[in-house]
Design a protein around this ligand. Sequence first.
Ligand code: SAH
Length: 210
Amino acid sequence: MTSQRTRDRLVRRLREEGISNERVLQVIRDTPRHLFVDEALASRAYEDTALPIGYNQTISQPYIVAAMTDLIIRNHPQKVLEIGTGSGYQAAVLAPLVAKIYTVERIEPLYKQARQRFRKLGLRNIRASYSDGTEGLPEFAPYDAIITTAAAESIPQALLDQLSPDGGRLVIPVGGRARQTLTLVTRRGDKFEREALDPVIFVPLLNGQT
Ligand code: SAH
């Protein structure tokens, strides 16, 4: 179930779907996704599908994690902020590829579980916070890159403000509940270039903590 073969099969599939960054594929192969879902779902952890993690939330589909990771690491960021820790899987995939990751979650039990997973896996360059990501994480700004794994109806101003003015990149699903567009924003000084990428489906970015 968690054999090398099932992981290799996932990587082969991601390759077929167009993921070509070898470093990203290697990290996906090495990251134990079965430890980021409930035991009852562990046998499905290496399928290319989103899975429930409780509290009406999901761990993203590996293809989306790989594609977003690829976008995020293209300009070799040192400091990355993730909005929407969820299971912690996306942060764990980014951890070997960047110097430092800050990740924020608004649902306390998910935050606590993810923090335990990071500790257990020895992922020491991830700093998890229990807070409302629509406000970003101003204490440690600016960020070379910000990845948002929940969909925003419109891009929170705080996230734009906390991007590094020197080519900082924000990857965020933008749109209503049913369907969104993965959007890449690149900041150069006071200019924000916006590029629409693929259609995606994410859970909504909500305000406040619970
Ligand atoms: N990156 C996660 C995906 C989790 S789904 C993973 O790899 O598993 C998106 C997550 O975003 C949910 O856990 C949800 O609670 C969280 N979220 C939604 N709005 C948020 C907000 N304003 N601040 C922080 N987290 C938020």
